[in-house]
Design a protein around this ligand. Structure first.
Ligand SMILES: C[S@@+](CC[C@H](N)C(=O)[O-])C[C@H]1O[C@@H](n2cnc3c(N)ncnc32)[C@H](O)[C@@H]1O
Length: 278
């Protein structure tokens, strides 16, 4: 069960299905067992219907972790609709449904181990509402694609995220867009490719994991390939810029397009041809 946004003209989840996408792109690479009986701080940017966090909650309940969680979301109707759907309700254990219901009705949930707050509004502004001192072990960034919603992939917004993550923390996103990766690399992150699963063997990537720590022992990620590193030297790597944090998607896209026209970087089509991509 998933949604399509009319505003962004894009599906909430890929064709592999919402649950699989969450598991393969966000939850497996997070390696939540590391937090067995330990504290963990998580920020879910673009909470939407809540798949990523619902599966996170389910795993952390099993691990008896102590969770401090924040979700950022523009439109609270997605969770509200999802909770009226029987299939969605049947996916999760009753404790997870209790958390989601509480987030839906009160915007928060608290018990002995979990302390969760959902902040509704534009994530570019909502991020300032997070306590100044908190640093996250995990940040999920699950916005619509960069070409549809560039405001949440801008160098400036990614820089805000960088300031909120622990040294060993993971920023996880489904995108492998060169512009996003290049900004993250310029912000000091080490980049890893999230491995596609066997059934997705025609894809070269399931997304990006960014972290400051270079010592990774994580079976769900690989170093960037030569092809991916070259991608970061093409025109596709020109970042999305939103210096005021208030620009409209179209303004951000127009400015980037102009920058691409005047750029001396390798043409992205030549890169595609070289690596025999459709
Ligand atoms: C791909 S969907 C997220 C799917 C979600 N993670 C889930 O598991 O259901 C993208 C979400 O980004 C939200 N969004 C778009 N622009 C936003 C913004 N500026 N600030 C916060 N959320 C935004 C949309 O409302 C939508 O719920």
């Amino acid at each position: 069960m998933s949604f399509r946004s009319e505003k962004y003209n894009e599906n909430f989840h890929s064709t592999s299905g919402a649950y699989n996408e969450t598991k393969n792109k966000f939850i497996n690479p997070s390696r939540l067992k590391r937090f067995k009986k330990k504290s963990i701080n998580v920020l879910d940017i673009c909470f939407g219907m809540g798949y990523n966090s619902a599966l996170l909650f389910e795993n952390l309940i099993i691990e008896l972790s102590i969770l401090k969680w924040y979700g950022l979301e523009l439109d609270k109707r997605s969770l509200n609709y999802a909770l009226t759907d029987k299939t969605f309700n049947n996916l999760w254990n009753p404790k997870v449904i209790e958390i989601l219901n509480s987030l839906n009705s009160k915007g928060l949930y608290k018990n002995k181990n979990f302390d969760c707050d959902l902040i509704i509004g534009d994530a570019r502004k909502a991020i300032y509402k997070l306590p100044e001192k908190i640093n996250f072990d995990l940040i999920f960034l699950d916005s619509f694609s960069p070409q549809k919603c560039p405001e949440l992939w801008s160098h400036e917004f990614l820089s805000q995220i960088r300031d909120k993550i622990k040294y060993k923390g993971y920023l996880i996103t489904y995108t492998s867009a060169a512009a996003v990766r290049k900004s993250l690399r310029n912000l000091g992150f080490n980049l890893f490719n999230i491995r596609p699963t066997l059934s997705e063997k025609n894809n070269w990537s399931n997304g990006t994991l960014a972290t400051f720590d270079n010592q990774q022992n994580n079976p769900y990620i690989t170093q960037l390939s030569e092809m991916e590193i070259e991608h970061l030297n093409t025109k596709a790597s020109i970042p999305y810029r939103d210096p005021t944090g208030e620009m409209l998607s179209k303004e951000i896209l127009d400015i980037r397009k102009k920058e691409q026209q005047f750029s001396n970087l390798l043409d992205t089509n030549s890169w595609r041809k070289k690596w025999e991509m459709a």
